[in-house]
Design a protein around this ligand. Structure first.
Ligand SMILES: [Cu+2]
Length: 473
């Protein structure tokens, strides 16, 4: 019953798997799976084996998938700021992969971008000097042209950075109990309820959007939580979908963290957008003991993501720390370079539709598709720069793009020429670009030979050429 390597190569279009023998599923919702937590300590290498497997997303229906050390997704890695840790990636996939440590501020040589390839059967050792604020990061493949498929197949995991300042805050910190890792993904299933990866012009244009929502690889699971304060670490691990997170009962929650770590102070909200690649940390108070449903609430309606079932003794409402983190924002007056980048869609993504146009035009920046052999930007180590990033409105569609930079955290300085709103605050590595944004970027990690990447985190846009690279010397 194992899926074959050939199945994975064929792009998840594998109708050949026989359905598993029927077994009765309990009527109640499946419990939220919590990926195993691995504390990565200096001097003790941890191995991630990328491999194919199979997953039963629907009762009795098995789909080929992929994961790290398991059939789907990967363990949660936890590292401490100040440590140097060693990770070994073993590639047991039938094709080349890489592993990018998304959110870690590390030298480009170990960043895991498309230059750090690992051939099938080979291993890659990455020594990572972790020096950054506590944050919720993740890891995922980044081979050029194959990132979308490999992430979609299940290759992704969370990577948590802790530090003393965060630990002193007394935030909920019991992993899997009141500190929950939540990987949000949407997927497409065929009529037989097998996982499929759609290709073609629509996928190239919008990215792959599925109608089935998964949290930690499971459809609409149920999380048993204490009747008190709970910390949610949300990762949008979807290929293309932007979420609008809200609770069904409109309860408010506190937003406490972004891609780059904790905010300066908790922000009460009822709704939070989360673009592909982004992370958000929330504190939700379940001390009323009432069940709650986390939704993706869009203009088209609301899709349930996760059901919370508070249990146990009700804890009195928990006072939040007034201040979470302090950091120095770079002075924009010290910016030594202003760069302007425009995300451009090739033929509005229609280039691959036969007969529609002449030459297929790939996605890119300023009309140029990604080229592994071309350095697009050269940056001085230690420099502060302003990157003005905009998206060219297409002829056929107006698409927002999650713009991601490796090797840096940035802050949004202006959006559409004005001071950004409260939802743009915090340190980030991924920002949704619809209106033009000015990003204040501090380049603190070296990339003299192997470059860092910047790209759209709609993975089909990235694979289609919407990526560039920069050196830092
Ligand atoms: Cu894009």
């Amino acid at each position: 019953m194992r899926s074959t390597r050939r199945d994975f190569l064929q792009g998840l279009s594998f109708a050949a798997l026989a359905p598993a023998l029927g077994r009765s599923w309990a009527q109640e919702r499946p419990a939220l799976p919590i990926p195993p937590l691995v504390d990565v300590r200096p001097g003790t290498p941890v191995t991630l084996t990328a491999r194919v497997g199979e997953t039963e997303f629907f009762p009795g229906k098995t789909s080929p998938t992929a994961g790290y050390n398991r059939d789907l997704l990967g363990p949660t890695l936890r590292v401490r700021s100040g440590d140097e840790v060693t990770l070994v990636v073993r590639n047991e996939l039938p094709e080349t992969t890489t592993v990018h440590w998304h959110g870690l501020l590390i030298p480009a040589a170990v960043d895991g971008g498309p230059h750090n390839t690992i051939a099938p059967g080979q291993s890659w050792k990455a020594v990572l000097p972790v020096q950054q604020p506590a944050s919720t990061c993740w890891y995922h493949p980044h081979p050029h042209g194959r990132t979308g498929l490999q992430v979609y197949g299940g290759l992704a995991g969370m990577l948590l950075v802790t530090d003393r300042e965060e630990q002193a805050l007394g935030l909920p910190a019991r992993y899997g109990v009141d500190d929950l890792p939540l990987v949000l993904q949407d997927r497409v299933f065929d009529r037989e309820q097998h996982l499929v990866y759609p290709r073609g012009p629509m996928a190239l244009m919008h990215g792959v959007l599925g109608s089935v929502m998964l949290v930690n690889g499971v459809r609409e699971p149920r999380a048993a939580v204490p009747a008190g304060l709970v910390r949610l670490r949300l990762l949008n691990g979807s290929n293309a979908r932007v979420y609008e997170l809200a609770f069904e009962d409109q309860r408010s929650f506190h937003w406490i963290g972004t891609d780059g770590g904790l905010l300066r102070a908790p922000v009460p909200l009822q709704r939070l957008p989360l673009a592909p690649g982004q992370r958000a940390e929330l504190l939700v108070d379940f001390s009323d003991g009432h069940a709650a449903v986390l939704l993706n609430r869009t203009s088209e309606g609301a899709q349930p993501l996760l059901h919370f079932a508070p249990a146990g003794e009700r804890q009195p409402p928990h006072p939040l720390p007034a201040r979470l983190a302090s950091w120095q924002s770079p002075d924009p007056k010290g910016a030594t370079q202003h760069r302007r980048l425009t995300l451009t869609m090739g033929n509005d993504g229609m280039g691959s539709m036969p007969g529609m146009h002449g030459m297929p035009m790939p996605h890119g920046f300023d009309g140029r598709p990604f080229d592994m052999d071309r350095i697009d930007q050269r940056v001085k180590l230690g420099a502060v720069e302003i990157w003005e990033v905009s998206a060219l409105p297409g002829m056929m569609m107006d698409q927002a793009h999650p713009f991601h930079m490796h090797g840096v955290h940035f802050e949004v300085l202006r959006r559409d020429g004005r001071a950004p709103g409260p939802l743009d605050q915090g340190r980030r590595d991924t920002v949704l670009v619809h209106e033009p944004v000015d990003l204040l970027v501090h380049f603190t990690r070296p990339g003299p030979t192997v470059p860092f990447m910047y790209h759209c985190h709609i993975l089909e846009h990235e694979d289609g050429g919407m990526m560039g690279q920069f050196t830092v010397t």
